[in-house]
Design a protein around this ligand. Structure first.
Ligand SMILES: Nc1ncnc2c1ncn2[C@@H]1O[C@H](COP(=O)(O)OP(=O)(O)OP(=O)(O)O)[C@@H](O)[C@H]1O
Length: 255
């Protein structure tokens, strides 16, 4: 059974077909990229995969079960976590609380448990804190646990967002333009971090990224879309030399 299989996925927004007949299959533990020019439909594919949009047509099968129609927190509970193109952290909560709150989707205790501080509640909260601290330590974020994200450098905020996604113990991590807005030193650190996460957490990673140095140093397989349509798929070498890809990025006159 594949970890994730997306079949004939189509997304229309009014008269605009943002994604057309998209397909992909992950067997598990791959590090794959989804690339394409601006507006190609990449984030739409991620929004559907993570339950933010319901597709117009097609199916998404994760661990043998269709996720179409599920809410984002239900998709997360199944094992898909994501980061966003524009970092989305709770800026008025500490880094530690940002990581803790992300795990509340799956606690299994009621409002009464929290009101009356039952044993179930106390145990659940302890578990959440332990998991959060373990992830923060692994990602060398302990110096920042009591800081507010808005006061931290952008590169650290990006790392906190990745820590938050990892704290839900996903099998599939979706990274939407993780290098966006980072300086070259931070990009280098990010590449090493993603390599390390892939190995240490033994998970599948699917990323959207515009910086080709990041894609080429990390991914073994790349899928390219343009105007919602898949135009190429292959290894970094194959993609770099593919005339359709060059045309999509640079236009006909540059070939
Ligand atoms: N919620 C929406 N409603 C209407 N149109 C949308 C919506 N979301 C995306 N689109 C449109 O769908 C197309 C694909 O957008 P999408 O954000 O998926 O592209 P992208 O490849 O991620 O682009 P970028 O690299 O610039 O982030 C664009 O034309 C966009 O304007």
């Amino acid at each position: 059974m594949s970890l994730l299989e997306i079949k004939a996925l189509t997304q229309n927004f009014g008269g605009l077909c943002a994604v057309s007949e998209f397909f992909v299959k992950f067997e598990g533990r791959e590090l794959m990229a989804l690339i394409g020019p601006n507006g190609a439909g990449k984030t739409t594919v991620f929004n559907i995969t993570s339950g933010f949009y319901k597709p117009s047509q097609g199916d998404i099968v994760f661990k043998g079960k269709s996720t179409v129609g599920m809410k984002p927190h239900q998709v997360t509970a199944m094992g898909i976590a994501r980061t966003f193109q524009n970092i989305r952290l709770w800026n008025d909560m500490t880094v530690l609380d940002n990581i803790r709150i992300s795990q509340h989707y799956n606690l299994g205790y009621s409002i009464w448990d929290s009101l009356f501080r039952t044993k179930k509640y106390v145990k659940g909260e302890e578990q959440i804190k332990t998991t959060a601290l373990t992830i923060l330590e692994a990602l060398e974020l302990m110096p920042y646990i009591n800081e507010l994200p808005k006061n931290l450098p952008y590169g650290i905020q990006r790392k906190v967002e990745i820590a938050r996604a990892l704290s839900v113990k996903p099998d599939l991590l979706l990274l939407d333009e993780p290098a966006a807005g980072l300086n070259s030193a931070d990009v280098h650190e990010l590449i090493e971090l993603i390599k390390w996460i892939h190995k240490e957490f033994d998970i599948t990673i699917w990323m959207i990224e515009h910086q080709m140095s990041v894609v080429m140093s990390l991914c073994t397989k790349i899928k390219v879309i343009d105007f919602g349509v898949t135009i190429a798929e292959g290894t970094p070498e194959e993609i770099q030399n593919n005339p359709d890809v060059i045309k999509a990025y640079l236009g006909d006159e540059n070939i």
